[in-house]
Ligand binder design. Structure first.
Ligand code: 13P
Length: 249
């Protein structure tokens, strides 16, 4: 059975002090939930964040990593460095990495393989831009993102993958995909995986929706059959909002 997941991507927000305050607020106020709850602070605060959530159901994950084991890659972070501070899951392929840091499908494929080789779980992000949707090319685009970065993986790799469909036009814009649009795309993603790997693998993978999820729209989006949770940006920076979204699932 695939799990329900509510994950917060804090992006380039929250210094160390703010990170510890937000984590304390989250754990103090978090109600009962069946969902996995995860947050991704910035690299420099990961080690202390991991210590801070010990004993709570919150998992701390990373926002990115490099594909190389080690070496002359100034400013980059390896899988071993993440493992060394207790990280078990890494986000790969966020649209901001693709748009601002030139991460192509080919680079992302290398990152996914490098993470899985180290037994990290991968939360793989993808999604179309507004122009793709306007041109009616969104299904093709999403299919090519999946194929190019993930479909060379062995079937066994899929139990270590979580997918996050994040339409770029809905990220940080206040504009959300309608629950119907989200369900339509999530069902398409599952069908595309089923065609390549079979129904069991497709039905076992959690597919999260991301893009302007807020306390007011989360329950309806999460109620859709193929939506297994959310990857939350802005609203994950406010404890009450993130907790409300966790309760919505
Ligand atoms: P927002 O929730 O701020 O739209 O961000 C979504 C996102 O990019 C999560 O990775």
């Amino acid at each position: 059975m695939r799990s329900k997941i509510v994950a917060g991507n804090w992006k380039m927000n929250k210094n160390l002090e703010e990170t510890l305050v937000l984590l304390a607020q989250l754990s103090a106020k978090m109600g009962e939930t069946d969902a996995e709850v995860m947050v991704a602070p910035t690299f420099v605060n990961l080690a202390q964040a991991v210590q801070a959530v010990k004993g709570s159901p919150i998992e701390v994950m990373a926002q990115n990593m490099h594909f190389a084991e080690s070496g002359a890659y100034t400013g980059e972070i390896s899988a071993d460095m993440l493992l060394g501070v207790g990280i078990k899951t890494v986000i790969i392929g966020h649209s901001e990495r693709r748009a601002y840091f030139g991460e192509t499908d080919a680079i992302l494929e290398k990152k996914v393989k490098a993470a899985l080789a180290k037994n990290l779980r991968v939360m793989f992000c993808f999604g179309e831009e507004l122009k793709d949707r306007k041109e009616g090319n969104h299904f093709n685009l999403v299919e090519s993102q999946l194929k190019n970065a993930l479909f060379s993986l062995d079937a066994g790799a899929w139990k270590h993958l979580v997918l996050a469909y994040e339409p770029v036009w809905a990220i940080g814009t206040g504009e959300t995909a309608s629950p119907g649009q989200a369900q339509e795309m999530h069902a398409f993603i599952r069908k595309t995986i089923a065609n390549a790997y079979g129904a069991d693998i497709a039905n076992g993978v959690s597919i999260l929706y991301g893009g302007s999820v807020k306390p007011g729209n989360a329950a309806e989006i999460f109620s859709k059959a193929d939506v297994d949770g959310g990857l939350i940006g802005g609203a994950s920076l406010v404890a009450d909002d993130f907790n409300a979204i966790i309760q919505a699932i």
